[in-house]
Design a protein around this ligand. Structure first.
Ligand SMILES: *Cc1c(COP(=O)(O)O)cnc(C)c1O
Length: 364
């Protein structure tokens, strides 16, 4: 554990709660009182069933969902959900609404054409995805089978702070990069998915929650591995599930509970984002913030420096100060500080002080 306290601002795979990693280290060799480790749990055993059911219930509790929601842990990443959503809910000739607020939203939209048509309800592409829409900027088509949004735009650093009303059309969301970051009303979603490697656990598993009435509308005539109905009928054990990831998600949920629950996590995340944005806002003549203020994400803070040389110097100095993975994503460049749940306040404090100091030293 000598790597602590290096502060990791990676966009994903991201830093994990120390408590979860410590539990894994212990239980890798012996899971609970069992004579085998986490990697070796048999997925057809009662032991796994309990782990799975406990994790599903933990998700419902922390997301505030009723028993009317099915909870699945699938493989193939959020990217597989980009295809599974239209595959399950659209037939040739059908349409769905997509809200294009970033690169991942665009990728989700691009998959629809393999199955049906799609309508763009809003796009901020022309302004480099600098914001999410206001309610009055959204236009849905009445025959739409669902409306797809990306709750947090990981690459561009924007986030929905309340979810849109959709005129009775089922709401589908990709919450990969902000699931469980604060109290949100998830009960409005017909389906919500999140790949694990940002706020939930290691890569290789995707949380999918589906409201049962929406599930009833899914096509039954699909290969079973791509069918939500089949996964639900087989109780998430249609094939060998990602046991390690489910275990790590269960540990992350335990850590959230031990930290005081979702309200406490929210409070901490708001403090973390505030101190970083405040440092940037004091130097708007130096840093260029990429997201419009009202759309700013509390999970991914994106900004640029005046020149490529200054950007390089910023990243090099930050690394020397044990703040790693601040380099922005390929499509965006600049700096991206990801402040997911396990990133501590102390990391944000150090980053904010550095942002301030760097601007003062390098301002021309
Ligand atoms: C990371 C991310 C994805 C991609 O997830 P994969 O597991 O790599 O498929 C999709 N959507 C959003 C919003 C993300 O942040």
């Amino acid at each position: 554990l000598s790597r602590f306290p290096v502060f990791n601002f990676a966009g994903g795979p991201a830093s994990l709660p120390r408590l979860a990693l410590e539990r894994l280290r212990e239980e890798m060799f012996a899971y609970g009182a069992h004579p085998y480790g986490v990697f070796e749990i048999n997925h057809r055993s009662r032991v796994f069933e309990e782990l799975l059911e406990g994790t599903q219930q933990g998700i419902r509790d922390l997301m505030g969902l009723s028993d009317d929601f099915e909870v699945l842990f699938l493989q193939g990443g959020a990217s597989q959900q980009f295809a599974m959503v239209p595959m399950n809910f659209l037939r040739a000739g059908d349409t769905a609404d997509y809200v294009l607020t970033g690169g991942w939203a665009q990728k989700a939209f691009d998959q629809v054409r393999h199955f049906a048509g799609a309508h763009i309800a809003f796009s901020s592409k022309d302004t480099a995805y600098d914001r999410v829409p206001r309610q009055d900027e959204l236009s849905f088509v009445p025959e739409s089978k669902y409306v797809h949004i990306t709750t947090n735009n990981t690459l561009y650093g924007t986030q929905w702070h309340s979810y849109p009303s959709t005129e009775g059309i089922p709401l589908v969301g990709d919450a990969s990069s902000d699931i469980l970051c604060r109290r949100m009303d998830y009960s409005n979603f017909a389906l919500l998915y999140a790949s694990a490697q940002k706020n939930l656990g290691p890569a290789g598993c995707t949380l999918v929650v589906i409201h049962r009435p929406f599930l009833d509308a899914a096509r039954p005539d699909l290969p079973e591995i791509f069918s939500y109905k089949s996964h639900v009928e087989k109780k998430s054990i249609l094939n060998t599930p990602p046991i390690l990831q489910i275990y790590m998600i269960s540990q992350t949920l335990e850590w959230i509970k031990a930290s005081g629950g979702i309200a406490a996590v929210e409070k901490e995340n708001l403090r973390k984002a505030a101190i970083v944005y405040q440092a940037l806002d004091e130097h708007t003549d130096f840093y260029r913030l990429k997201a419009e203020k009202a759309s700013r994400s509390i999970m991914n803070v994106t900004f640029d420096l005046p020149t490529p040389n200054l950007l390089q110097a910023f990243l090099t100095e930050a690394t020397a100060m044990e703040m790693i993975n601040l380099k922005g994503p390929r499509v965006q460049g600049g700096v991206r500080a990801s402040l997911y749940n396990p990133v501590p306040y102390a990391a944000c404090e150090r980053l904010a002080a550095f942002i301030d100091n760097f601007a003062k030293r390098n301002r021309s």
